[in-house]
Design a protein around this ligand. Sequence first.
Ligand SMILES: NC(=O)c1ccc[n+]([C@@H]2O[C@H](COP(=O)([O-])OP(=O)(O)OC[C@H]3O[C@@H](n4cnc5c(N)ncnc54)[C@H](OP(=O)(O)O)[C@@H]3O)[C@@H](O)[C@H]2O)c1
Length: 343
Amino acid sequence: MPSPGRRPTADDPVLVMGAGSIGAWLGGRLAAADVPVVMVGRPRTLNAMRAHGLTLTDADGGRLHLPPARLTLAEAVPEGLRPGLALLCVKSAATSAAAAELGARLPAGTPVVSMQNGLGHAARIAAAAPRLAVVPGMVPYNVAELSPGHLHRGTSGRLAAQAHPALAPWLPVLQAAGLAMDLHADLTAVQWGKLLLNLNNAVNALSGLPLRAQLLDRDLRHCTAALMREALAVLGRSGIRPARLSPLPPALLPAVLDLPTPMFRAVAARMLRIDDKARSSMADDLALGRVTEVEALNGEVLRLAASLGLEAPLNARLVALVHGWSRLARPLDGRGLRAALGL
Ligand SMILES: NC(=O)c1ccc[n+]([C@@H]2O[C@H](COP(=O)([O-])OP(=O)(O)OC[C@H]3O[C@@H](n4cnc5c(N)ncnc54)[C@H](OP(=O)(O)O)[C@@H]3O)[C@@H](O)[C@H]2O)c1
């Protein structure tokens, strides 16, 4: 087990744990800004980057290309690595194993920011790697792999993390890499603000449609609106006020989603500034028969409700629907999903 030695600094490399859509996006932006980055990932994604390099495009028309020689890739956390910052970017089912690997390899006190959706990850990382300085984080935008080695950011926003002294020196580094990050005294409200938006993920996944097309379907929007209303009611009872992460305040989201589509297009024009290619990554998981993050998202609503002695039957039905989904099943259209949810 490595000894703590000197404290990690912003001159040390960044370690990306889980070089998938979000990990390779963050790692690629940092590498393009000449920050030393080690990206740990699976052979499939690493081999694609070894063959094609990494191309990062975005909805604002940006395009960066890093040839393979500019990428430092590894299939496990290299022995003796002393990163100044680690970004944990695996999906929720892989959190504990990835955190245990970090805990075994990195010096005590290394800051590890969870860039994952949902609220429970930091606690799980800390349980698996108690010597590391675990910080909850939040990625507001959507990143999808369009082809091997090509990632596309389909929406926009600023990264966020819980305030921690180890993060302050990294803010200018992140900013220079186009990854501006805001620090919050308590990230809970921000995480819930993101989670509310993520309640659309399972709806999107079950619909089989790209995000924009799905949001233009009123029945599918109604399903998301109903899931959000239920979550907002539970949040209201808990005293948590979810942060505003979209142009609309959280409390107004369900009503706006329920508008007839021409009005929705007008009112939610910015929400619809998603390019045609964006989709939720849960859609890929469902299509490939992988474990989804529905437990970390809709499941969090159920856990909060239960902690208050309440129920969240609609989110519970959606969780059950996703768990019971076969990858061979046909996507559900808006009416089909409404019927399945009893709406
Ligand atoms: N994609 C987005 O738009 C987006 C936006 C905001 C937040 N997020 C959040 O970011 C997290 C990651 O999402 P993602 O879409 O980037 O997922 P992803 O594309 O599946 O990337 C995760 C990668 O990490 C790999 N991995 C898992 N355990 C590992 C380990 N121990 N060592 C090395 N690699 C490992 C995974 O491989 P396996 O598939 O073999 O496990 C996968 O290649 C999720 O919590 C998600 O909710 C995603």
